[in-house]
Design a protein around this ligand. Structure first.
Ligand code: SF4
Length: 131
């Protein structure tokens, strides 16, 4: 994710959803532990180094690319947010702005139902992210 909008959204979201297939059998609690332990934004927060996100002219898409660049748990973060908030997501998760996570959600859910694996229980509390 480089801050630009995908030229073919259907293809893009299908590819992103496919990239999460390997996490289908990982329990929510494990994802939560990994994201809260290793998420780049979580580390900044723990070290009290979190920058002031508000007041910036960045769009959510650019902000997502900047915040999450280099985060080692982007896939886990996105998977967890899809399971816990789905279409009700807000903010930035797994290097995607909420607009993209909401667009991804039906693609991911449909794929997951076909292939099997966790889909979560709906809106709840997730780990990292910038809301
Ligand atoms: S929002 Fe998720 S992917 Fe982005 S830095 Fe935080 S934990 Fe990592």
């Amino acid at each position: 994710m480089d801050g630009s909008y995908p030229t073919d959204p259907d293809e893009y979201f299908t590819q992103v959803a496919a990239g999460l297939d390997g996490l289908a059998d990982v329990p929510d609690a494990v994802l939560f532990e990994v994201v809260t332990r290793d998420g780049a934004c979580m580390l900044l927060h723990r070290l009290d180094l979190e920058p002031e996100w508000t007041g910036d002219d960045l769009t959510d898409r650019e902000l997502a690319a900047r915040i999450c660049a280099g985060c080692p748990v982007r896939r886990e973060c996105l998977e967890l947010e899809l399971r816990t908030s789905g279409e009700e997501t807000l903010g930035v998760w797994g290097a995607l702005p909420a607009e993209d996570v909401r667009a991804l959600y039906p693609v991911w859910r449909s794929r997951r139902r076909r292939r099997g694996g966790h889909i979560g229980d709906g809106p709840g509390v997730a780990g990292g992210g910038q809301r």
